[in-house]
Structures are given as C-alpha cells and as structure tokens.
Design a protein around this ligand. Structure first.
Ligand code: ADP
Length: 168
C-alpha cells in the first residue's frame, strides 16, 4: 500500500491546502497530513490546535489521517513507510524553495519521491499568512477557510486584541 505524506505548517489550514489534500488522497492509497511542530516560526495556533482543525476538515475523506511531527520530514516519512511526499506549488515564487527542499530530501532519503501538485487557479494567491493578515484587520475570511477554521482564527484574534487592550 502506497502511503504519502503531505507536510506543512497549516497555521491554519486553508481551502488551498484542502484542495491539495483531496487531490492527493485520490492518487495515493493513504495520505498522512503531517503538521510540523515549528515553534521557531511563532505560529498563531499550537500544533495540537492545527491538528484538530485539520482533523475536522478531513473527517469526510476516508484515506486521510492527520499527525504532528518534529524534526526532519524525511525521517517522519521513513518512520511511516511512506514513499511519496506531496507539496503544493502556487507560483514560480514557490518553485525555488520547493525544488531545493525536494533535492535535499532526495539526497537524504533516495527512496522517497516528492510529488508536486499545481495549485488550482482558484487558490493560487492563498496562503495561511494572507488569511491571518485579513482576519487581523477584521476582514471576512469565510471565502478562504472552512467555518471551523474561520471561527478559531477570529477567536484567537479577539483574545489577542483583548490582551493588548483589556478595556475593549
Ligand atoms: P510550509 O511552512 O511548509 O510552507 P504551509 O502550510 O505554508 O507550510 O504549506 C504546506 C504546503 O501547502 C506547501 O507545499 C505549500 O506550497 C502548499 N500550499 C500552501 N498554500 C497553498 C494553496 N493556496 N494552494 C495549494 N497549495 C498550497
């Protein structure tokens, strides 16, 4: 059985990520969405929160599971006996980083291949950062994320605003 790993920060998961997840799940027997425990990036959501949001979003897709991991992605993939690593490509700006990452991973673990899926045009501009920025300034993010994620992001920023200015 071919297992694929789709690694990322997912801080938070967007409809762009979900598009890649659904498409990758169709062409692999089992897809593990792997959430990087990257405190260095100072994420908005804890790794547990990111996993929970992803699990809610993916519960209708039978062959998808969600886990967190620390350290090198290839090591995690090897532990799970995965032969494929999935990444989404939005634009040429993603390409340089992604090809370097794929080549490094191949050098580290030749048995694991990186599979790039081109983003659907509809989501090509979308990133977790844009979602967070829009929400921070009070914009409606319902177009970019699922309702559970929208609620969680808005609650986070309400809490942050309240901490900054307890009077409001
Ligand atoms: P990372 O910190 O690893 O870049 P992200 O959560 O930002 O984590 O992205 C994880 C993966 O999802 C990457 O392969 C990225 O290119 C892809 N991705 C991000 N946004 C989109 C999108 N809008 N459409 C398709 N793929 C995306």
């Amino acid at each position: 059985m071919a297992t694929a790993v789709y690694p990322g920060s997912f801080d938070p998961v967007t409809k762009g990520h979900l598009d890649i997840i659904k498409r990758a799940a169709k062409i692999n027997d089992h897809l593990i969405v792997a959430v990087l425990n990257n405190s260095a990036k100072n994420p908005l959501f804890t790794v547990e929160e990111r996993v929970e949001l992803l699990k809610e979003c993916c519960k209708g897709i039978q062959n998808v599971s969600v886990e967190s991991f620390d350290g090198l992605t290839v090591e995690f993939a090897k532990k799970r006996h995965a032969s494929v690593m999935v990444r989404g490509l939005r634009a040429v700006t993603d390409f340089e980083n992604e090809i370097q990452l794929a080549q490094t991973n191949h050098a580290l673990m030749p048995g694991i291949e990186t599979m790039f899926l081109a983003t659907s045009i509809k989501w090509s501009y979308l990133s977790s950062t844009i979602v967070k920025e829009a929400a921070y300034y009070g914009s409606d993010i319902g177009k970019f994320v699922t309702p559970n994620v929208e609620k969680a992001v808005n609650e986070k920023y309400a809490l942050i605003r309240q901490k900054k200015d307890p009077e409001t």
